[in-house]
Design a binder for this molecule. Structure first.
Ligand SMILES: O=C(O)c1ccccc1N[C@@H]1O[C@H](COP(=O)(O)O)[C@@H](O)[C@H]1O
Length: 240
């Protein structure tokens, strides 16, 4: 299976088209008011962007500790293919959201030290995917989208039972190395393909996808068939 690439924080038709045209597998909309990428539900933008992307890429709605009413409004307006929970949602809350909305759920987990990996297994039992992101820097206003990487060495030998996406500080210059070193099933980027906070750059989006696909192709070509521990067969199963 080839690398899945998500471009997150898309909020205009032009930049959405850039991601779709360059071959993104997933496109993300942020529903979190403090974010410069926030898509306002009070306008028709979310529905219009989703209609533009539908059938061309998976539509992911990113929320942060959203309550059921907010999630229902987002699902109603955008009809996403997946919900990304990027706050402090507990495993129980992830399971409840998944059951209530009948959509696959990707849970973001902040990683800074090896101790943070201990939290993964509880979420792997209830989420369809895990998004391994850097923990926000001290004083940051956002729980993600900060353009900060974490130490990828922490993931060496990780044995995950779910597909995961690597994120945090990826950009067109470092994504090749990330793909070669971590060999993640998927990657996700937001600020690394922007020219200013919240302003996506079509040229950087295209460059990111090119660099990631090239590294993935090289890896597949040189692969010995040995898979990293995190690609064990159990990861293809769904939470019960
Ligand atoms: O992008 C945002 O504004 C955002 C806001 C709140 C939570 C998460 C957010 N983005 C996610 O964070 C990761 C990492 O972002 P970056 O590439 O380091 O800028 C990104 O993959 C988004 O899914």
């Amino acid at each position: 299976m080839s690398l899945e690439i998500k471009i997150c924080g898309l909020s205009t038709p032009e930049t959405l088209d850039a991601a779709l045209g360059a071959g993104a597998d997933m496109v993300g909309m942020v529903f979190f008011t403090p974010s410069p990428r926030h898509v306002d539900l009070a306008t028709a933008t979310a529905a219009a962007l989703a209609a533009r992307a539908r059938g061309r890429a998976q539509i992911v709605a990113l929320t942060v500790d959203a309550d059921d009413a907010t999630l229902a409004a987002i699902v109603d307006a955008a009809r996403p293919d997946m919900l990304q929970l990027h706050g402090k949602e507990s495993p129980e809350r992830v399971a409840a959201v998944r059951a209530r909305f009948g959509l696959p759920v990707m849970k973001a987990i902040g990683i800074a030290t090896a101790a943070d990996l201990a939290r993964l297994s509880a979420y792997a039992d209830v989420a369809d995917r895990l998004l391994l992101d850097a923990k926000p820097p001290k004083g940051a206003l956002l729980p993600g989208g900060n353009g900060v990487p974490f130490d990828w060495n922490l993931l060496a030998g990780l044995d995950l039972t779910r597909p995961f996406m690597l994120s945090g500080g990826l950009d067109p210059d470092n994504v090749g190395e990330a793909v070669r070193r971590v060999r993640p099933p998927g990657i996700d980027v937001s600020s690394g393909v922007e020219r200013a906070p919240g302003i996506k750059d079509p040229a950087r989006i295209a460059a990111f996808l090119r660099a990631a696909r090239a590294a993935d192709a090289t890896e597949s070509e040189h692969s010995t068939g040995d898979k990293p521990a995190h690609t064990s067969s159990a990861r293809e199963t769904s939470p019960s």
